[in-house]
Design a protein around this ligand. Structure first.
Ligand SMILES: [Zn+2]
Length: 446
């Protein structure tokens, strides 16, 4: 090994590998011979041809094999830039005769996982950038294609995902999500199952029927079902039916989360507002204009200026005022500390909605009555329902950026990544990037 290749091997940093030869290439792949031994164009690419120093290992079972079954043609892997130049690694992989697993698998590489075209450390950095940048920007930054960035990101997130396996499920959140307007698939919704203790989604399926949820339940063993204490879901009937029709889940409680109950109540107020102002005169409509989102907001979250607007609206229309009050009361009731006070509170809300002659409030009354058991179960079980709201926000982010709804495995991983947010702190970022480092020792790899 010459002085030059020794330094290059040290910079590359793959233990058990040396640089056999290094040369420059132009952007379109022609070899460059540096003039007078020094100058290369700024966009010249450095190609490092690697050579193994130790015996080969099977990438499937990590056993030392040593025997070559077949040598494949040289391949390239994109690596991190070095001193402003793009770098590629070149190596002709072997198929090994593995005595442990008996296969003819590919040999283990220090820099990349099988079937990947970029080094692990490049993939981790690409994924880190994808967290905050559009895929197109990341692709331009690293000189990769859009789809390569997407695949590299997925590989990096999958690597992270393997470092944090799921524990047993105790509290399960089930939620249906709309895929967005731009989506062209036959399924307009997905069902997301998440672990309420960690907030991480565990499963995604297309559709929102009882069969969708049953498909997930079918993947669970009897023991796994036995640990589930509770299902938190919206007021969507099919999900309840799916859980209730499973004999192994008789013990599990079903609760409706406050987020969806309040959303349902908000819909009633919204509809009432629309009905009230539909036939109203010009003067009245002027007052009602632009209050669509205002009437959905909790009073404590309404600013001073908007409170004045709401008060004026309510002084004109008593029906709407009473409906708004009922929703406010419902919001309070859902925070009740125990079952008994929740029953009392909810009964009072029902007493108030029952007397309403208007149709939207009547409909709200009916759906609250039908779901009475599941709502008061909230006071008994206290599921961490903030997680459902957090999941909702992460979902909005994903769909707004228009990402990945064609590939539900990608969607699931990305949501898990967003929910856990491992790159929130400096240490977290370091740990995430470190997942791409070469294996520290050949013993550690065994
Ligand atoms: Zn093997």
């Amino acid at each position: 090994m010459s002085q030059r290749t020794r330094i290059l091997a040290q910079i590359a940093g793959f233990r058990g590998w040396k640089v056999k030869e290094a040369h420059w290439e132009s952007r379109d792949g022609r070899p460059i011979v540096p003039i007078a031994g020094y100058d290369v164009p700024a966009d010249a690419r450095l190609v490092l041809a690697m050579e193994r120093r130790w015996v080969s290992r099977c990438a499937q079972c990590l056993a030392i094999s040593g025997r070559c079954h077949e040598r494949l043609r040289p391949r390239r892997w994109k690596d991190l830039q070095a001193l402003g130049h793009p770098v590629e690694i070149e190596y002709a992989q072997e198929r090994v005769d593995c005595h442990r697993c008996g296969g003819h698998g590919i040999e283990l590489l220090a820099w990349a996982d099988p079937k990947q075209r970029q080094t692990r450390r490049l993939q981790q950095l690409v994924a880190l950038d994808c967290f905050s940048m559009p895929t197109l920007h990341v692709a331009t930054k690293y000189g990769l294609s859009w789809s390569t960035v997407r695949r590299a990101e997925e590989a990096a997130i999958a690597r992270w995902d393997r470092t944090c396996p799921d524990g047993p499920l105790h509290m399960v959140g089930v939620d249906e999500k709309w895929l967005g307007r731009r989506h062209k698939s036959t399924h307009k919704f997905v069902t997301i199952v998440s672990d309420l203790e960690t907030g991480k989604p565990v499963w995604i399926g297309y559709g929102r029927s009882a069969a969708t949820l049953s498909a997930w339940l079918a993947t669970l063993s009897k023991e796994q079902k036995a640990t589930i204490r509770l299902f938190a879901m919206d007021m969507h009937r099919p999900f309840m039916n799916a859980v209730r029709s499973d004999d192994d889940l008789r013990h599990a409680a079903i609760v409706h989360d406050p987020f969806h109950i309040v959303k349902r109540a908000g819909e009633a107020v919204s509809e009432l507002r629309r009905r009230e102002f539909f036939r109203a005169g010009r003067e009245l409509r002027a007052v009602g204009r632009g209050t669509r989102w205002l009437v959905l907001r909790a009073w404590e979250r309404v600013g001073d200026k908007d409170r004045v607007r709401l008060k004026r609206l309510f002084s004109i229309n008593g029906k709407l005022a009473r409906a708004y009050q009922v929703v406010e009361e419902l919001r309070q009731v859902l925070h009740a500390p125990d079952r008994a006070s929740m029953v009392t509170g909810l009964s009072h809300v029902l007493y108030r909605t029952e007397k309403r002659a208007n149709v939207p409030m009547r409909k709200l009354h009916n759906s609250l009555t039908v779901h009475f058991t599941e709502i008061v179960a909230l006071g008994e079980h206290h599921p961490p329902t903030g997680r459902i709201e957090a999941l909702n926000n992460n979902w909005e982010t994903l769909v707004r950026r228009g990402r990945g709804y064609r590939d539900h495995q990608y969607l699931l991983r990305k949501l898990r990544f967003l929910a856990a947010n491992p790159v929130r702190t400096r240490d977290g970022v370091r740990r995430f990037v470190a997942l791409g480092l070469p294996y520290p020792d050949r013993k550690a790899a065994a």
